[in-house]
Ligand binder design. Structure first.
Ligand SMILES: Nc1ncnc2c1ncn2[C@@H]1O[C@H](COP(=O)(O)OP(=O)(O)O)[C@@H](O)[C@H]1O
Ligand SMILES: [Mg+2]
Length: 277
């Protein structure tokens, strides 16, 4: 993660969002201050209704705040033209949702190529780029499958491939493992980890505390405010041990049983060392 510098990609000051009018008005984001640096992997947790999705929607330029300031790459978002906002949204931000949101009529490769149709590439070129992206997710064999023919985990990996096809620098994920079993969840988290290691900034909302181990900073929200904000500088060792132990990575990890034994031995040792530290 060499790209992780001190440059803030996102900076929020007293960001406030309200819904409803009159008696029905309620504040869903209450004066939020937040700075996100390039290359951070942030997990956001908090009870249902505390404003996590509202925050991601504003960060992703899908919604606007009522008060406060949002600077994206040092530029006040409020001053951007609609065209520029749309450009940033389609080129610099990748969204991953809990409900996957693949287009049911389109096959896998067409779904992944979809964001490229707005960039003016020809269809053949778009499909080529989409195919390359799918190969990094080991999903080439599924290119011509329809979304309903995929498992939940595969569907979410296709959705992540689609979110990344434009090479965005910021990934916003709203409970990306919320509809998945634990095995598939860890596969998804490993994908996000890889993306993070390539230098991307990731902000992920999750309900599952186990998923926060992949992040290097955990923010908890309560009633539209940031309740705690913890950076985990020591997480890296633990993280690699956890990932290498997951049985779910069989599809990507073609190692032999012998390799596995050696690895298990090694990771046990590392775990011990971590416990000691
Ligand atoms: N479009 C909307 N109109 C009115 N209220 C909304 C809207 N979106 C969300 N809310 C309300 O804002 C609060 C925060 O919602 P949300 O950001 O979705 O929370 P979370 O993602 O943490 O569960 C909730 O009380 C929710 O009902
Ligand atoms: Mg939500």
């Amino acid at each position: 993660m060499t790209k992780s510098s001190q440059t803030p990609v996102i900076s929020l000051r007293s960001l406030t969002k309200r819904y409803g009018v009159g008696d029905a008005e309620h504040t869903v984001l209450d004066s939020i201050d937040l700075t996100v640096k390039q290359g951070e992997f942030i997990a956001i947790m908090g009870p249902s209704g505390c404003g996590k999705t509202s925050l991601l929607n504003i960060l992703g330029l899908l919604d606007t705040p009522d008060e406060g300031e949002y600077k994206l790459n040092n530029e006040p978002v409020a001053k951007l033209s609609n065209i520029r906002r749309a450009d940033i949204r389609s080129q610099e931000i990748g969204f991953v949702f809990q409900s996957f949101n693949l287009v049911p009529r389109l096959n896998v490769i067409e779904n992944v190529a979809l964001p490229l149709t707005y960039t003016g590439y020809r269809r053949t070129r778009s499909l080529k780029i989409a195919s390359k992206m799918l190969s990094t997710f080991h999903l080439n064999e599924r290119e011509y499958y329809m979304p309903w023919q995929l498992s939940g985990g595969q569907t979410q990996r296709v959705a992540i491939a689609r979110a990344l096809v434009n090479n965005p620098s910021i990934i916003l994920a709203d409970e990306p493992t919320g509809n998945l079993d634990s095995k598939s969840s860890h596969v998804i988290m490993e994908e996000l980890s890889d993306i993070h290691k390539r230098g991307n900034t990731i902000i992920m909302v999750t309900h599952n505390p186990a998923m926060t181990t992949y992040a290097d900073r955990v923010i908890t929200m309560l009633d539209g405010r940031i309740d705690s904000d913890t950076s985990k500088t020591t997480i890296k060792n633990t993280k690699s041990v956890e990932i290498s132990d997951k049985p779910t990575l069989g599809e990507r990890n073609k190692s032999t049983k012998k390799d596995k034994k050696a690895k298990d031995k090694k990771s046990k040792k590392t775990t011990k060392e971590n416990t000691k530290a």
